[in-house]
Design a protein around this ligand. Structure first.
Ligand code: TYC
Length: 101
């Protein structure tokens, strides 16, 4: 008969590791208008008006603020896209990315 004793068997099920997340960070500058920052956060990151205002003010007062977290590729793409959009409007606004601890 086949081995029917299922006692004492162990099985290791390996789950695929979750990809590490990266933060998109909004940096303050002295030139970009507040309203433009809020508009860009809403358009590029789909952040609601109230939250966009809080993120903008946090960056304005503290120097930087985390906007959102994504996989590395998506975070870099969104940061580049948002920064490019600011450049196209003539503003020095900068978004950067860094890995989440
Ligand atoms: N500091 C800018 C001003 O006073 C506004 C601003 C806020 C710019 C946040 C960038 O990430 C920023 N016009």
């Amino acid at each position: 008969m086949a081995d029917t004793n299922i006692k004492n068997r162990t099985e290791t099920v390996l789950k695929p590791a979750r990809p590490p997340l990266h933060k998109v960070i909004l940096l303050n500058d002295d030139f970009t208008p507040r309203e433009f920052v809020v508009r860009l956060l809403k358009a590029e990151f789909r952040v609601p008006e109230a939250q966009a205002g809080i993120i903008m003010l946090t960056a304005h007062t503290k120097g930087a603020c985390v906007v959102a977290v994504f996989t590395r590729e998506v975070a870099e793409e969104k940061a580049t896209r948002a920064t490019d959009s600011a450049r196209q409007h003539g503003y020095p606004l900068l978004f950067s990315t860094e890995p989440e601890e």
